[in-house]
Design a protein around this ligand. Structure first.
Ligand SMILES: *[C@@H]1O[C@H](CO)[C@@H](O)[C@H](O)[C@H]1NC(C)=O
Ligand SMILES: *[C@@H]1O[C@H](CO)[C@@H](O)[C@H](O)[C@H]1NC(C)=O
Ligand SMILES: *[C@@H]1O[C@H](CO)[C@@H](O)[C@H](O)[C@H]1NC(C)=O
Ligand SMILES: *[C@@H]1O[C@H](CO)[C@@H](O)[C@H](O)[C@H]1NC(C)=O
Ligand SMILES: *[C@@H]1O[C@H](CO)[C@@H](O)[C@H](O)[C@H]1NC(C)=O
Ligand SMILES: *[C@@H]1O[C@H](CO)[C@@H](O)[C@H](O)[C@H]1NC(C)=O
Ligand SMILES: *[C@@H]1O[C@H](CO)[C@@H](O)[C@H](O)[C@H]1NC(C)=O
Ligand SMILES: *[C@@H]1O[C@H](CO)[C@@H](O)[C@H](O)[C@H]1NC(C)=O
Length: 533
């Protein structure tokens, strides 16, 4: 099973019998209770998408407005095929023209003779233009195919704008009426928009910052997301394993649906089925209905958390996200994980990281996402359909324990949707709670950079002292390089610093018989990685 690979299984098989495991915390039970279905999200209580409609200029029969959609959600984004914004006109308005977006249907414009409006529908639906739209059709923040990134992940791309010229609407702030009943399809259901209200006019500052203009009228509507409205079954589940117990705790059976050949033939497809290609292109291809590989859980996404290694001062986790959906490449995916040790996260390999601080001082929740052009695309089900990372945590002696499932996450979200956890009483048990046994699992030194080649081991140890001087740098490696004790990388050499991927300042590669060593320099001094051939 991918991602469930054993780490150092040192002696795990020889240890028998554990009554200690019967104690799986009541607290843990509470922490991990599943799925809150209301729009309110404890990890992002103010998360919302705000639609702002700024009338910038009056015209003989109406106005020109700039409409902007801001994604103020920390970790929920809108991926391809993108957003569709709808509303209802209050009067008999028409859209003369649009820049940066277009109405999907023109509607009945038969009353018009000379100038034909862009759209005459009473309830227009508007979509973004595709990248590469003609230059004269573009405005700032448009033309991204409806993709709207999350606020934390990509603060520069969390807004979408278009310009709209409206007729037959009234031409003063006394006669115009706000568009009503906004709907946001993104791309499925899930968002509810509250009624449009007039707010203080937006102020626009000129690029040189020397002049401020303001909108004639500004309306605003806020949309919030509810997973409950979005899907009637979960879309993601969590499986667990550890170096100290051979059991792989799989996702709960039927988490996202059951294999049922009788009532729902073709609800899933075997990975080696000769009909795979025709099933992918079969009915439902153009809807967003997932076509999943047959598994016991039937989820499109599985997140696997493997407690991999135990060092004296640190411990290490491997996270694997697997895509079982043949019909979706998840672009700009993200993961939110809650675990008390995120306060002391020391290193993360291959993913970007940012702490989320839902309750003031306690930062026990982190957001992880892929590195641009490297693993920010979680490919459709198949051999490429997974991404993985390792996390190194510094043990806080007062809280750290392998007992009672403490090492497993409390809450996991994929793309903002809750992932169903196994029941706490199924978590892998620690074979023995006694300290003597615990020490058997201890690996005395934390090698920040590990290779599979023993001939480079001494070089590793020599470099260890250098590595510890800048412990927040993590090697990402290049093709063929194994870092983090087993992750294969295939991107240019890069380092992460405080969770963000950084290119090296310069890279020096020296070759020897069995290995090559790359020296990467960066602002706080040199570090090295080795690569086995
Ligand atoms: C929407 O999010 C913004 C940014 O966090 C916040 O200022 C605003 O109050 C939120 N609106 C609502 C209605 O929650
Ligand atoms: C319309 O604009 C005038 C002048 O700027 C202002 O006094 C009035 O309050 C505005 N009316 C509304 C309904 O906003
Ligand atoms: C618009 O939404 C309101 C409630 O928010 C509802 O009462 C009304 O019927 C809706 N109007 C239309 C035309 O759907
Ligand atoms: C469904 O059908 C496939 C092939 O027809 C078979 O391999 C599988 O065991 C069936 N599953 C169930 C739950 O009956
Ligand atoms: C996913 O991306 C690959 C490579 O770009 C492409 O061949 C494939 O058709 C895409 N799959 C889906 C479901 O869009
Ligand atoms: C947790 O918060 C503290 C202070 O707010 C900060 O110094 C630390 O870097 C944060 N830790 C992580 C892992 O984000
Ligand atoms: C872990 O983080 C907390 C809060 O930032 C801090 O008080 C504590 O000293 C840290 N523990 C270790 C072992 O670094
Ligand atoms: C591993 O954990 C499982 C619970 O998931 C338990 O049934 C089993 O006895 C444990 N194995 C050992 C060797 O402790």
């Amino acid at each position: 099973m991918e991602g469930g690979r054993r780490g150092s299984a040192a002696g795990a098989g020889t240890i028998v019998n554990l009554a200690g495991a019967s104690i799986l915390l009541v607290a843990l039970l509470l922490c991990s209770c599943p799925t809150s279905t209301e729009a309110y999200d404890v990890l992002d209580p103010n998360g919302n998408i705000t639609i702002r409609w700024d009338i910038k200029q009056w015209t003989p029969d109406g106005y020109v407005a700039a409409v902007t959609i801001y994604n103020y959600q920390k970790y929920r984004h809108i991926q391809a095929p993108g957003w569709t914004l709808g509303w209802k006109w209050s009067k008999k308005e028409v859209i003369w023209s649009m820049v940066g977006a277009q109405a999907t249907e023109q509607g009945d414009c038969s009353k018009f003779k000379d100038n034909i409006p862009h759209c005459c529908k009473k309830d227009p639906s508007v979509v973004d233009l595709l990248p590469g739209a003609p230059y004269n059709m573009q405005v700032t923040n448009c033309c991204k195919g409806g993709v709207l990134n999350s606020w934390v992940q990509d603060p520069d791309n969390h807004a979408a704008s278009f310009q709209i010229s409206v007729g037959r609407s009234g031409t003063s702030n006394k006669t115009v009426r706000a568009p009503k009943n906004f709907t946001l399809v993104a791309p499925g259901p899930g968002y509810t928009c509250e009624y449009t209200k007039m707010v203080r006019p937006t102020k626009f500052v000129s690029p040189d910052g020397r002049r401020t203009t303001q909108a004639m009228v500004t309306w605003q509507s806020t949309c919030t997301y509810s997973q409950f409205l979005s899907q009637n079954s979960p879309t993601c589940c969590v499986s667990l394993s550890s170096f100290y117990n051979d059991t792989i705790v799989n996702c709960p059976t039927c988490t996202c649906g059951c294999q049922n050949n009788i009532t729902q033939p073709g609800s899933c497809v075997e990975g080696d089925s000769p009909y795979l290609a025709s099933a992918i292109n079969g009915p439902g291809r153009d809807t967003l209905t997932p076509l999943v590989q047959c598994t016991s859980h039937m989820c499109p996404i599985r997140v696997h958390w493997h407690v991999k290694l135990n060092y004296k001062e640190y411990w290490r986790v491997k996270i694997t996200i697997t895509n079982f959906n043949y019909r979706m490449n998840y672009s700009q995916w993200n993961l939110v994980v809650q675990h008390p040790n995120f306060e002391n996260l020391t290193q993360i390999f291959s993913f970007n990281y940012k702490g989320l601080v839902p309750y003031g001082a306690i930062n026990d929740t982190g957001m992880l996402w892929g590195i641009k052009y490297y693993n920010d695309l979680l490919m459709e089900a198949g051999p490429m359909g997974n991404v993985q990372s390792e996390l190194l945590f510094r043990k806080d002696k007062s809280t750290f324990t392998f007992q009672k499932g403490w090492a497993f996450p409390r809450r996991v979200y994929f793309n903002g949707d809750n992932c169903v956890m196994p029941p706490p009483d199924a978590y892998p048990w620690l074979p023995n709670a006694s300290p003597t046994v615990k020490s058997r699992f201890l690996i005395p030194h934390a090698f920040f950079w590990r290779t599979t080649s023993s001939s480079t081991r001494s070089a590793q140890e020599a470099k260890q002292s250098r590595a510890t001087r800048a412990p927040t740098w993590a090697a990402l490696g290049r093709k063929g390089y194994k870092s983090g004790g087993g992750i294969m990388h295939s991107s240019p050499l890069k380092y992460t610093f405080r969770g963000n991927a950084q290119p090296c300042f310069s890279v020096k590669v020296s070759w020897s018989f069995r290995s090559s060593t790359s020296d990467c320099t960066f602002p706080s001094g040199p570090a090295s990685i080795s690569r086995s051939l």
